[in-house]
Design a protein around this ligand. Sequence first.
Ligand SMILES: [Cu+2]
Length: 509
Amino acid sequence: MLRTAPTSWTCDHERVLRRLGPRIAAFAGAALLVGVLLVLTKAWYDSRLPGTYSVMSYGYADYGGGAAAPHAGHGGAGQGLSVTDLHGPKAGPPDARFELTALSATIRLASGRAVEALTFNGTSPGPELRVTQGDLVEVNLVNEDIEQGVTIHWHGVDVPNAEDGVAGVTQDAVIPGERYTYRFRAEQVGTFWYHTHQVSSKEVRRGLFGPLVIEPRELPAGGLDMTIAAHTFDGIPTLNADDTVQRRAVRPGTPVRLRLIDTDSAEQRFTLSGAPFRVLAIDGTDLTEPTPLENTALVVGAGGRMDVAFTMPAGLVQLSLGETSAGVAFSPDGEAFALAIVPGTDFDPLTYGRAATTPFGAASEYDRRFELTITRKPGFFDGSPGLQWAINGGIYPDVPVFVVEEGDLVEVTIANDTKAVHPMHLHGHHVLVLSRDGKAASGSPWWSDTLNVQPGERYVVAFRADNPGIWMDHCHNLGHAAEGLTMHVAYAGVTTPFRVGDVQHNEPE
Ligand SMILES: [Cu+2]
């Protein structure tokens, strides 16, 4: 018995195994599949954004790796503040007052093509707002019939946080029949624009934007000063909603300033032929000693601006929008125009103009250092599977909130490890470009609010945390932002009573 039992057992064992083997394998396979499905289901489940949530409750706090982080600082001036406390001047008569009514309207391009647009005051671009530096500006927004609601963000103007116009962060979206008043002092000088920051990936694309120019107190006399907004309506590229070559009569010798604004979600390549020109300003900030350029294309990133100037010659000067049919021809008789010329080189601000001192000192003075690395990876975004944008490895809302304190000098390294361009827009601040791909900026100080980061590029930028609040920091390819390429810079202790989601219909992207 004792001798035979193991044999018999072995035989049984082998027989049983032979019979069960495939079943065990099948069972193990099924278990693995169920396990994978459970993991995927959990990833899907966890990725769904709640119906309504506070931006303060998403992501994770990142205090930066700088010398002062995470605990030292400048005293936490933001403690106990709500964004609603951080408003512009409440009292006093405004120096400039505007009413902007958001409504759907049919606009007609110069070619005759009709576009069902969303407009301010019936036009797109909306009315050009021109104010003078130092003005107290008051804008009354009325929503006539924009069902999804509307707000106004003053792109590039570093307004107090409560005036920043971001639905779900600094205010509730203004629904049809409602009004909202913005008040801020125009302290900068330059070219800006305004646009809705509610469902912006759809509403801005359809036309809810307009130019905003802040002029210096001492204006240069004479000359032509023209704002030019590039926008694609229903797939048709336009300049100021004109899809043809506009002709302008300009007397030779006239100083001309063109304020180029890219209101699209893709970068635009402008060319200017017929006269040497200078780039006077980028993103509403003057450059130092800009030199004359020729045969150089101006690439303006989505949301960005460039001011260019030339002296009108005796012949034709033509501004073209890439190789599209939209352009502006300047000539003494207002008649001539030519075909677009595509220069071989692109303008590079990194080395342009004269270097000058900046308010930022030695590297040792930085209080915080952040990394903002953009990648793509498979995963779920709000319940949808696909190749997603990721910030520092996480898919929204698993992204950092950069926490700063008032007074901090902050360094951010922005790396684009994707195949797409990302125009990164920080609200409420301008960043100084320190280097690109390890090459130090050597031209005029280059301040940006919407930095067009090309595939593979790595920028190091710096800003002074001097405007308390909760600020969006997102890609201005608004489709990318709606796909989760968005995050915030928050001052320690500042809170918001507003929520993103379906209760108040707030949806900033
Ligand atoms: Cu992007």
